[in-house]
Design a protein. Structure first.
Ligand SMILES: [Mg+2]
Length: 254
């Protein structure tokens, strides 16, 4: 089977903290010779421009049009289903930039509350977010990852903030990021391909691999990030292929 597009997670696949994984640059650049490549991250703190610039600085070919962040996907999802809207964001510059780029208006009295990782979170943001939801705003989460693996170890992820607001509001959010369908719908909209023509490559079973299984893509787990042979053995989520790192991707016989 010919794979027409590769959807690559970033952390644990291309990067480990601030380091580039050995062999990643050559492997990714070679994929471009015969397929489309899309970089897909649940992280909403950076804009697509910012992610592309970082990849370029590492030697990886791409533009911002080859990058989908959960922040971009949230902004695109709202536009696709509801048009231009007013949004109160709890998140960082990357999320706010993507919401504005899709034509939404950022304000404190809004019809949508969009929550991502915010390392400048304070009580007032939760208070305003809650007030909007109580008043009928739609509650959207970029992702619910509980923690983030950094070079300093685990830090609280977007999920920790989403659940604080969920507890206060008594309302569950629509979740955009992997493994939920909205971000994969945005991916397929952009690629204009069928899911079975695509392969998703990731380091987490419960986000990347589950997202791929749910939408019908081929799935490749790399062991260069979060998962180990042991965690794979104990999981009910079964990837189609398991490789040590992205540098082995070219050796897969699809
Ligand atoms: Mg990852």
């Amino acid at each position: 089977m010919a794979i027409k597009a590769y959807i690559l997670d970033l952390d644990g696949v291309i990067y480990l903290g601030s380091d580039v994984i050995v062999g990643a640059v050559d492997s990714v650049n070679r994929l471009w010779d015969h397929a489309r490549v899309l970089f897909l991250t649940n992280n909403s703190t950076r804009s697509r421009d910012n992610v592309a610039a970082r990849l370029n600085a590492s030697g990886i070919r791409c533009t911002k049009n080859d990058v989908i962040t959960a922040g971009y996907a949230a902004a695109a999802h709202i536009k696709k289903h509801h048009g231009f809207q007013t949004v109160y964001p709890i998140g960082e510059a990357g999320l706010i930039e993507e919401l504005k780029a899709q034509g939404h208006t950022i304000c404190e009295d809004a019809d949508f509350v969009v929550v991502g990782l915010d390392r400048d979170l304070h009580y007032d943001k939760l208070r305003i977010g809650l007030q909007n939801i109580v008043d009928g705003a739609e509650f959207i989460a970029t992702n619910t990852d509980p923690v983030l693996l950094t070079e300093h170890g685990f830090v609280p992820g977007s999920g920790a903030i989403v659940h604080a607001l969920e507890t206060a509001a008594g309302v569950s959010p629509l979740v955009i990021g992997k493994p939920e369908p909205p971000i994969m719908d945005i991916v397929l909209d952009i690629l204009k391909l069928q899911a079975d023509e695509c392969a998703i490559v990731g380091d987490r079973l419960e986000t990347d691999i589950l997202a791929g299984i749910r939408c019908g893509m081929s799935t490749v787990l790399v062991l260069s990030g979060v998962e180990t042979r042991e965690s794979l053995e104990h999981s009910e989520i079964e990837p189609d292929y398991v490789i040590e790192s992205i540098s082995e991707l070219a050796a897969i016989e699809w």
